[in-house]
Structures are given as structure tokens and as C-alpha cells.
Design a binder for this molecule. Structure first.
Ligand SMILES: Nc1ncnc2c1ncn2[C@@H]1O[C@H](COP(=O)(O)OP(=O)(O)OP(=O)(O)O)[C@@H](O)[C@H]1O
Length: 290
């Protein structure tokens, strides 16, 4: 079943603070969406609206045409994984997994057990006694095994070491291949996780400044390097995001698709054209004036 999320002119106000400003977008395909933004940009606020933890101050969220807030049938389609405080949780891991199964209609118990083994998560220990990284593993396992049509992972990797994060990414991609759904991943580990994203959403100070296919977005960034005066002349009508100079060699990051003709012209002038990463584009597109 194809599920659709529509966010229509959504704003969220905390007292006098506008955390989200008139945001609209549609997620209509079973893809992996990367939600990125600087600290305080509004990522968790947006995700908590999608998960119906709160209501927008204005605007509408529709999941398959229905408002999800206090609507259990719609909410069953959404799974929100975020960092939780388990200090008062006395149950062991296996009991909590059984509880997860009871509340999730798409839950795959065998898959959950397979993941537990792969991550080497101890089944018979109280969850509160596990390390922070292992508690995150538990969250991710319940998130993946729930197989919710909309699965939201808000910085789900917190505390995981690099090899554990790698297993998480591998399992996510493998399960998405076999059971496609809408995954929304919010992250600060942009350069580490960018290869997972089919599409990218960028929040900047409460506004959505970009929603685009990852590949299309990346292809609009390039770096041009060469003698300073040649580079300056070439880029003068292009949108520049950043520049660096070492002696007379200059490198300029541009945010404009270069046509084949422009690429040939740049090469003919002896300029080197290089790729730009999602992280670099993100840093410079959300840079504040100094
Ligand atoms: N309950 C609240 N009451 C008042 N302000 C809040 C509340 N929750 C969040 N905010 C503010 O709203 C803004 C957005 O916060 P949010 O947690 O959504 O950002 P974020 O992009 O998830 O940040 P980070 O990447 O640092 O986790 C921040 O300025 C934050 O201080």
C-alpha cells in the first residue's frame, strides 16, 4: 500500500517562539528521506507533529487524507523512534520486545530477534542497565521490526559506536529493499549518512528551504579551482556559496547546474571541476551572516 504524508502550511509556536514557519511538503513515495538542519532548526518539532505528539498551531497534517492527531487507526501507521530516558524502566529487553509486538500490527518478531543477534543485544538484561548506545540499538530494532509504513528515526544513532552504526545502516537499506516504506531520518551525521538518502529536506530556522532528490541536489553543487582571475571571471554570474584562496589558486563552490558547454569551457580554461558533498552544501546554504 502506498502511503502519503501531506504537510500543509504548518506552523508551530512555543509561546512566542515560532519553531516552524508555514511549512508545506508531500511525501508520496516509499523512500528514505533525510531531514537535516542545524541545532534548533525545528527537526524534532516537525517530527513530533508528524507523530501526533502535538498539534500544529496552524496548518494541517494529513496521512492518507486523514488528520492523525488522536486518530489511532492513522497513528498505527506511524512509528516515531527518538532518544528516551529508560531510567525508570525495570523490564528486561525480551519482555519489552514482546510489548512492542503487542502494539504494532506490522511487527515482525523473527526479524526483531535476528536484529538482536546481529547487534548482540543482551535479551535478559533490564533495558535501563544497558549503555546509551545499546539502548539506541533497542530503539532502532523496535523501529525496524515494527515495519510501520511511516518510520521516523530522530537521531536514532545517539551513543552507538561506528561499527554499530554501520550495521544499523546496512540493516536499514536491506529492509527498505524488501519492505519499502517511508523512512524519515533526522541526523547531524550528514556526511556519514548521506548515501542512505533518496530525498533530502533541509530546515533552516523553522523554514523548509529545500525538498529535493538527493542526486539532483548534489549535482547542483560544484567546486571550480584554478588561477584566481580565471575562476573569478568564470563564476561571476553563478551563485557562489564559498571561496578559498591559497596563493594565486582559488577554489569557489557554486550552487548552479553547469551545462555540458559550461563544463567544457571551464576545462578549456584549465579549471578543475570537482564534486561537492551534501554536508558542504548544507553547511553553506544554512550559514548565518557573521
Ligand atoms: N517545548 C518547547 N518549548 C519552547 N521552545 C521549544 C520547545 N521545544 C523546542 N523548542 C525550541 O524550538 C526550536 C526548535 O527545536 P527542535 O528541538 O525542534 O530543533 P532541532 O532541529 O531538533 O534541534 P537539534 O538538532 O539541536 O536537536 C529551538 O529553538 C528550541 O529551543
Amino acid at each position: 500500500m502506498n502511503i502519503q504524508v501531506e504537510v500543509q502550511n504548518v506552523s508551530l509556536q512555543y509561546k512566542n517562539f515560532p519553531a516552524l514557519k508555514n511549512i508545506s511538503f508531500t511525501l508520496a513515495e516509499s523512500k528514505i528521506y533525510g531531514l537535516i538542519g542545524r541545532n534548533g532548526a525545528g527537526k524534532t518539532s516537525l517530527l513530533s507533529l508528524l507523530a501526533s505528539f502535538r498539534e500544529p498551531t496552524s496548518g494541517k497534517i494529513l496521512i492518507n487524507g486523514e488528520e492523525p492527531f488522536e486518530n489511532p487507526l492513522v497513528m498505527e501507521q506511524v512509528c516515531f523512534i527518538y532518544e528516551k530516558d529508560y531510567k525508570d524502566e525495570s523490564e528486561d529487553v525480551s519482555t519489552l520486545l514482546e510489548t512492542a509486538e503487542r502494539y504494532r500490527s506490522h511487527y515482525d518478531k523473527d526479524y526483531a530477534h535476528k536484529l538482536m543477534q546481529r547487534f548482540k543485544l543482551p535479551m535478559n538484561k533490564p533495558l535501563k542497565s544497558l549503555s546509551r548506545g545499546m539502548q539506541s540499538v533497542f530503539n532502532v530494532v523496535t523501529g525496524l521490526a515494527s515495519r510501520c509504513p511511516i518510520t521516523i528515526l530522530d537521531e536514532a544513532y545517539l551513543g552507538m559506536d561506528a561499527p554499530t552504526r554501520e550495521i544499523f545502516y546496512q540493516e536499514l537499506l536491506a529492509d527498505q529493499e524488501n519492505h519499502p516504506r517511508i523512512f524519515i531520518l533526522s541526523t547531524h551525521l550528514v556526511s556519514e549518512m548521506d548515501y542512505l538518502f533518496d530525498k533530502v529536506l533541509i530546515l533552516d530556522r523553522g523554514s523548509l528551504i529545500l525538498q529535493e532528490n538527493y542526486e539532483d541536489f548534489i549535482s547542483r553543487g560544484s567546486s571550480l579551482t584554478g588561477p584566481a582571475e580565471v575562476v573569478d571571471e568564470f563564476v561571476h554570474s553563478l551563485q557562489k556559496l564559498n571561496e578559498q584562496k591559497l596563493g594565486n589558486t582559488k577554489s569557489v563552490m557554486i550552487y548552479d547546474t553547469l551545462s555540458e558547454g559550461q563544463q567544457r569551457a571551464a576545462q578549456a580554461k584549465g579549471l578543475q571541476i570537482g564534486p561537492v558533498s551534501l554536508q558542504e552544501l548544507f553547511i553553506h546554504l544554512t550559514k548565518e551572516e557573521e
